[in-house]
Design a protein around this ligand. Structure first.
Ligand code: PMP
Length: 436
C-alpha cells in the first residue's frame, strides 16, 4: 500500500501504468525465468519485461562479465561480435530501441535525400517524439500528440502501410489464419502488395526514404507477414529509391527459434537492422547495423551519444551473445516455442474465445475473441479477468494487439518444457474458469 501511495504521488500516471488492477504485483527479485514479489510469492515470467530479458534474470554468467566490463578493454568487443553475426558492415551503439530507430530514420533520410517513411498498422517502433510517428497504436501517442498540436502521425511524413492488422474483422490486411489460409501458405500476398503499391503511389510518390518493419510484430500482437510479402515489399521499396529497415528489437537474438534474426525467416537482407531489449538482457543497450555505403552518408556531421556503447553495457551485451551461443538459447526457443504453439493450438480448438495462435519460437500471440464466428475482440474486462487469474496461479504474461485483445508470450529464452506445461495447465484452467 505504501508503494502504491508513493507511485501515485511521485510517478507520472502516463508512464507508470499498473498492470494488475485487482492486486498489483511488486517484484523484488528475479532469477532466470523466475520472479519473486515482495511477499515472497514466486511467478513464472513469460513476458520478460516485454522480451527484454533474453537469457534469464540475473544470469550468473552475465553478472561475472558485467563486473569484468568495468575495465575499458571490453569496449570494442560487442561491435565485432555483432558484426560477425550480421552480414553487413557498420554499427552504431545506442541505449535503447527508440534511439536506435531515431538514428535509423535519420540515416535513411540522409542517405536517400528523401523524407517519407512507411510503417505498418499495429507497429511499435518507440516512444521518442520521432519514433512515436512510426508507432501505429494511437494509445502510445495520442495524449502527447494532441498536446503538441500533432495528430495521428507525429511526423507528417510517416505513412501507414497496409499490413499489420491484428484484429480479424475490420483490418484491411489480416493475420495468416484470418485470411483463411494455412499458416505459411498465405495466398493474400497479392492483395497486400497492391495496397502497399497504392500507399507508395498516393502517399509517397518518389519520396520514399525507408520502409520500417518488425519481422513479427511485438506490441501489435505477434502478427506475421504473409509468405513472400517482405521479399516483394523490399523489391518495391528499393525500386523507388527507399531503403529497407528491419526492427529486430523484439525478434532478434534467436527469439524466433529457427534463425538468429527475425528477417532471416523471410529470406530478405535489410539495408539496416535496429536492435535493443534482448541484447542487454535488462541493461540499456541498443544498436543500428548498416552498410558501409549508407554509413558513409552519415559521416559528414558529428553524431554523439554519451552513454551509447558504454563499457558496462557492452560487456553485458557481449556476455549475452556468448550465453546465447553456449546455452543453446536459440535451439531452446525453437523447441519450447514449437511445443507451446502446438499445445496452444489445441486450446484454440477447445475454447470458443481463442481466435488465433500465432508466432515463431518464443514470440507468441494468442488472440482472444468474443466467439470464433464474429471474431470481435474479447473486451478488456474479460481479458483482464483471465490475465489476473493466470497471475494468481503463478504466471505472468503480457497483453497487446490493436485492441488489447492478444495475450503475448515472450519469456526469457531459458524456460523449459516443464515451465511451458505449467503455463499451459494454468491457462487452460483460467479459460475454463472464465467460461463457467
Ligand atoms: N521497437 C520495437 C519493436 C519495440 O518493441 C520497442 C519497445 N517495445 C522499441 C522499438 C522501443 O524500444 P525502447 O523501449 O528500448 O526505446
Amino acid at each position: 500500500e505504501r508503494m502504491m501511495e508513493i507511485r501515485k504521488r511521485n510517478c507520472s500516471p502516463m508512464t507508470m501504468k499498473v498492470t494488475y488492477y485487482k492486486k498489483p504485483v511488486f517484484i523484488h527479485q528475479g532469477y532466470m525465468q523466475w520472479l519473486w514479489d515482495v511477499d515472497g510469492t514466486r511467478y513464472l515470467d513469460l513476458f520478460a519485461g516485454v522480451a527484454t530479458v533474453s537469457v534469464g534474470h540475473c544470469h550468473p554468467y552475465g553478472r561475472r562479465k558485467a563486473a569484468a566490463g568495468q575495465t575499458v578493454a571490453h569496449h570494442q568487443h560487442l561491435p565485432s561480435l555483432l558484426l560477425s553475426r550480421s552480414s553487413q558492415g557498420v554499427i552504431y551503439l545506442t541505449n535503447s530501441g527508440s534511439e536506435a530507430n531515431d538514428l535509423a530514420m535519420l540515416m535513411a533520410r540522409l542517405y536517400t535525400g528523401n523524407f517519407d517513411i512507411i510503417t505498418f498498422r499495429g507497429s511499435y517502433h518507440g516512444g521518442s517524439p520521432q519514433t512515436m510517428g512510426l508507432t501505429s497504436n494511437a494509445a502510445y501517442k495520442y495524449p502527447v500528440a494532441n498536446g503538441l498540436g500533432c495528430t495521428n502521425t507525429m511526423c507528417p511524413d510517416v505513412f501507414r502501410g497496409p499490413w499489420g492488422g491484428s484484429h480479424c474483422r475490420d483490418s484491411p490486411v489480416q493475420t495468416i489464419r484470418d485470411c483463411g489460409c494455412a499458416p505459411g501458405h498465405c495466398m493474400a500476398n497479392d492483395r497486400y502488395i497492391e495496397q502497399l503499391k497504392e500507399t507508395l503511389v498516393t502517399s509517397v510518390p518518389n519520396r520514399i526514404a525507408a520502409f520500417f518493419g518488425e519481422p513479427i510484430q511485438g506490441v501489435g500482437g505477434a502478427v506475421q507477414y504473409p509468405k513472400n510479402f517482405l521479399q516483394d515489399a523490399y523489391k518495391l521499396i528499393r525500386e523507388r529509391g527507399g531503403i529497407c529497415i528491419a526492427d529486430e528489437v523484439q525478434t532478434g537474438f534467436g527469439r524466433t527459434g529457427n534463425h538468429f534474426w527475425g528477417f532471416e525467416g523471410h529470406d530478405v537482407l535489410p539495408d539496416m537492422v535496429t536492435m535493443a531489449k534482448g541484447i542487454g538482457n535488462g541493461f540499456p543497450m541498443g544498436a543500428v547495423v548498416t552498410t558501409p555505403e549508407i554509413a558513409a552518408s552519415f559521416s559528414k556531421g558529428v553524431h554523439f551519444n554519451t552513454f551509447g556503447g558504454n563499457p558496462v553495457a557492452c560487456a553485458v551485451a557481449s556476455s549475452v551473445l556468448d550465453t546465447i551461443r553456449e546455452d543453446g538459447t536459440q535451439r531452446n526457443s525453437l523447441e519450447v516455442g514449437t511445443h507451446l504453439m502446438t499445445e496452444l493450438a489445441k486450446l484454440r480448438d477447445k475454447y470458443e474465445i481463442i481466435g488465433d495462435v500465432r508466432g515463431k519460437g518464443l514470440q507468441i500471440g494468442v488472440e482472444m475473441v468474443k466467439d470464433k464466428a464474429s471474431r470481435e475482440p474479447l473486451p478488456a474486462d474479460a481479458m483482464n479477468e483471465i490475465f489476473e487469474d493466470v497471475k494468481d496461479m503463478g504466471v505472468l504474461i503480457g497483453k497487446g494487439g490493436l485492441y488489447g485483445q492478444t495475450f503475448r508470450i515472450k519469456p526469457p529464452m531459458c524456460i523449459t518444457r516443464d515451465d511451458a506445461d505449467f503455463f499451459l495447465a494454468v491457462f487452460d484452467k483460467s479459460l475454463h474458469n472464465y467460461m463457467e
